[in-house]
Ligand binder design. Structure first.
Ligand SMILES: Cc1ncc(COP(=O)(O)O)c(C=O)c1O
Ligand SMILES: Nc1c(O)cccc1C(=O)C[C@H](N)C(=O)O
Length: 397
């Protein structure tokens, strides 16, 4: 049974702040600073180059991959860490396209994160030969999967609306039509139970700085289904994905299975940070996280609709169709969010008018939700957002 009082106590949460933005960047695990200091002093400081073996730095991308595998329902040995999510999207998509050489269409949806679409655009342009990206509305993906589609590139939970695709159903449909699937789990991993193996996904990728709390710049992960692992051709043929990197061959031979999805030197310090967050997940049951996340989201929606009539729900009302975030639309949403942040409630804003709130049961309680909505309602009632410093739009994260 997950002890959410214990999990909350494992994070540093600034005094007076209610943090509803863990869907963008998770908070700092309290164990991280000491762990990093020890790593720097004892591993890097004392071991220097020998740390690659002595401290297992070289094996870390696979070892951490196995810990992520448990959280996304992947078979052990089929997830590896490294690079940024955008890079992993590119790698997965390129490998999937190569596995369907007679087809030319990448299918995605307009709710996908722009970087995923940009990566696909760049790749199809590079490939030429009539390769193209087709983008449809999120609700129209199922009917758009036809015999021309080589690969579907979908983010399970939409970063703006929080809408959740049915991974198992869409994967089954794609397979029925002969297409492969690449799932982006950026807004799912660590937020809800994911079962890539059960859903029969072909490739999956995700980041670790959001719900997995690995810190800014934390490495991404990639999953390749066992049936493709030794067939996938790496488009980014880096030396650490080579079968024998330390033979320094002139020609590239892909490593066995998921090893070939490695590219270059892994971010060791960031991975060590991520390990401190995963230590917390070792004591967490994702089914219970989901149950509590639904409870918090439902509470938030109910209270906002009761006390903030100016806001319109943008996320699906049915919890089964949502991830762990809730979005509301509002005229002056940007200024309202700035006023809210000034009062210590941290959410974020996505153009043109979307206010996003993430609910992570690992450190958010029902009392936090109640307090956050109380502050939001007070801001709206008193039009406290209507001030030049809140209205002036700056580049936002
Ligand atoms: C769904 C999704 N895909 C891709 C990215 C890009 O990730 P990165 O900046 O790590 O490349 C993000 C977030 O930035 C995201 O939310
Ligand atoms: N990755 C980010 C970053 O480096 C800076 C600021 C924000 C981010 C994000 O993750 C944005 C996020 N993907 C989103 O859902 O909007």
């Amino acid at each position: 049974m997950t002890d959410f009082t214990w999990t909350r106590a494992q994070f540093h949460l600034p005094m007076g702040m209610i943090y509803l933005d863990g869907n963008s960047l998770g908070p700092l695990p309290k164990a991280a600073p000491a762990r990093i200091e020890a790593m720097l002093r004892h591993e890097w400081g004392e071991q220097l180059i020998t740390g690659w073996n002595a401290s297992g730095w070289m094996a870390q991308p696979r070892a951490i991959g196995d810990r992520i595998a448990r959280l996304i329902g992947a078979e052990p040995g089929h997830v590896v860490m490294g690079d940024t999510l955008s890079i992993k999207v590119y790698q997965a998509l390129a490998a999937a396209l190569k596995l369907r050489p007679d087809r030319r269409v990448v299918l995605s949806d307009s709710g996908n994160f722009p970087s995923d679409l940009y990566m696909a655009q760049g790749l199809v342009k590079l490939l030429g030969q009539d390769y193209r990206l087709r983008v449809v509305k999120p609700t129209e993906v199922a009917e758009a999967i036809d015999e021309n589609v080589a690969v579907t590139l979908l983010t399970e939970v939409d970063y703006r609306t929080g809408r959740r695709h049915d991974m198992a159903a869409l994967t089954a449909l794609a397979h029925e039509k002969g297409a492969l699937t690449v799932w982006d789990l950026a807004h799912s991993a660590g937020a809800l139970p994911v079962d890539v193996s059960g859903a029969d996904a072909d490739f999956a990728v995700g980041c670790t700085y959001k719900y997995l709390n690995g810190g800014p710049g934390a490495p991404a992960f990639i999953y390749v289904a066992p049936r493709h692992a030794d067939l996938a051709e790496p488009a980014l043929a880096g030396w650490l994905g080579h079968a024998k990197p330390f033979d320094f061959d002139r020609d590239y031979t892909p490593g066995a299975g998921i090893e070939r999805m490695r590219v270059g030197t892994p971010p060791v310090v960031q991975m060590t940070l991520l390990e401190t967050a995963l230590d917390i997940f070792d004591r967490v049951d994702m089914a219970e996280v989901r149950k509590q996340s639904v409870r918090l989201c439902e509470q938030f929606i109910g209270l906002v609709e009761e006390s903030c009539p100016q806001l319109r729900l943008f996320s699906p009302r049915d919890p089964a169709q949502r991830g762990s975030q809730v979005s509301f639309r509002a005229e002056n949403g940007y200024a309202i969010m700035q006023a809210l942040i000034a009062e210590g409630v941290i959410g974020d804003f996505r153009a043109p008018d979307v206010m996003r709130f993430g609910f992570c049961p690992l450190y958010i309680r029902e009392t936090d939700v109640e307090e956050a909505v109380g502050i939001l309602a007070r801001i709206l009632r008193g039009a406290l957002w209507d001030r030049p410093e809140f209205l002036r739009r700056k580049a936002v994260t």
